[in-house]
Design a binder for this molecule. Structure first.
Ligand SMILES: [Zn+2]
Length: 297
């Protein structure tokens, strides 16, 4: 709560429930209609120039289609998504699909920081600042995952799926501004400061506790469906990510059945880089990151 003590900013930035950092309840649905605005505002706040230093990648390549059978098993539950490019084993195009799935994923030199836990009880280490590079448009990620992130986007496109990044790295300062503006918004309609802080905390991560600070998190939608809500899980983009993201080292960070642990609502659009090995284990085990790391409070 110390962040709230910071001077409130006076800009009239429109705030609403933001991706990945909220635990919005149904009675706050009116906030959600401006979700896109939040995302835009967040990123408009982060337009500092950063050199596009070349990503550092080492090692060979990892072929990720060798376990097609296991992969299908992992995703057996994925039966009702509106995907028209995956799971076509029973189609006449099987051969073509298998060929299309032969993706060579660049290996990323593993670093322990890829498994850092940032949540409401594990704030970002003070002073931690990733080196950044632009991944898509104005959005930046930790430069160590730039290449693999862009490759995932490119490979999805080859499969006819457009992945649209709508949020990525978010500095603590931006989160503070967002948070404080939202507090002000609540106070302007008559809430006490304590009430305003409590209401805001349910929607927006307390500054320092958003995974977006790490540069390892991406919010991904698709041009035809850009709403940050459960509808994204019915898109072909989600189906593609559900099937392939782990092979690039990404996990869907906030699963629907883990909200009691993550303390974050189901966010089918929020992907976190943890490395291929961990991502595959987390996916196969039906875990969330807290469980994988043994950090369940
Ligand atoms: Zn997010």
């Amino acid at each position: 709560m110390k962040y709230i003590i910071c001077a409130f900013l006076t800009c009239s930035l429109l705030i609403a429930s933001g991706c990945s950092d909220r635990t919005a309840s149904n009675d706050e649905l009116e906030q959600q209609q401006s979700t896109q605005q939040i995302s835009q505002d967040i990123d408009e706040d982060t337009t500092e120039d950063f050199a596009d230093a070349p990503a550092e990648f080492e090692g060979g390549v990892v072929k990720h289609d060798e376990d097609e059978t296991a992969d299908d098993n992992i995703h057996a539950a994925q039966t009702d998504t509106a995907d028209d490019t995956d799971d076509t084993d029973d189609s006449a195009d099987t051969a073509n699909e298998e060929k299309a799935d032969e993706k060579q994923v660049s290996a990323v030199q593993f670093d322990d920081s890829f498994l850092m836990l940032v949540n409401s009880t594990h704030p970002l280490a003070e002073g931690y600042t990733p080196e950044l590079a632009y991944v898509q448009g104005e959005y930046r990620v930790d430069k160590r995952i730039l290449q693999v992130s862009q490759q995932m986007i490119a490979d999805a496109r080859k499969d006819g799926v457009e992945l649209l990044v709508c949020s990525a790295y978010r500095p603590v300062e931006s989160q503070t501004r967002l948070f404080n503006n939202k507090v002000n918004e609540w106070m302007s309609v008559g809430k006490s400061k304590d009430e305003a802080v409590a209401l805001t905390s349910a929607l927006i991560a307390v500054p320092g506790t958003s995974e977006h600070h790490t540069g390892l998190a991406l919010d991904i939608v698709t041009p035809s469906y850009q709403s940050l809500d459960e509808g994204f899980a019915k898109t072909s983009a989600f189906a593609w990510l559900d099937k392939h993201a782990a092979d690039y080292g990404f996990i869907m960070r906030y699963p629907a059945d883990k909200t009691d642990i993550t303390k974050i609502d189901y966010e089918s659009w929020h992907y976190r880089y943890v490395g291929v090995e961990a991502a595959r284990e987390i996916k196969a085990g039906g875990l969330c990151l807290e469980e994988y790391l043994g950090e369940i409070s």
